[in-house]
Design a protein around this ligand. Structure first.
Ligand SMILES: [Zn+2]
Length: 113
């Protein structure tokens, strides 16, 4: 389950930020997760409980902002939503090689105390 190692990286980053702000606790963590990030939200929540235990982020809330994947069509010069991981432009049918977003898994904000 690679969600565990992804969440460990999030934890390390969160703890570093919390230390920098001299926080005593991390109460909430917000992540952006792209629809093509290849993670299971339920597994991510489980990983969060596991890796945050015994840190100042133990018991913190995990907020997940879903990011819909989008590609850019160089023929139509516009972006379009990616459905089912398919990057064919719905207007002209060209295969896009430019994924604008959808693979991210990033820490966007922390609630510190
Ligand atoms: Zn197109």
């Amino acid at each position: 389950m690679h969600e565990l190692s992804l969440m460990e990286a999030v934890r390390d980053l969160a703890l570093e930020q919390a230390r920098r702000h001299q926080a005593r606790r991390i109460e909430g963590i917000t992540l952006q997760v792209g629809s093509l990030a290849g993670v299971e939200i339920e597994a991510l929540r489980f990983a969060h409980d596991v890796v945050m235990a015994d840190t100042m982020a133990a018991g913190s809330r995990l907020e997940i902002e879903a990011v819909a994947a989008a590609c850019f069509c160089s023929v139509c010069r516009q972006s379009f939503p990616v459905l089912d991981g398919c990057c064919d432009c719905p207007v002209c049918g060209a295969l896009s090689r430019e994924l604008l977003r959808g693979r991210e898994l990033q820490l966007v904000s922390l609630e510190l105390a």
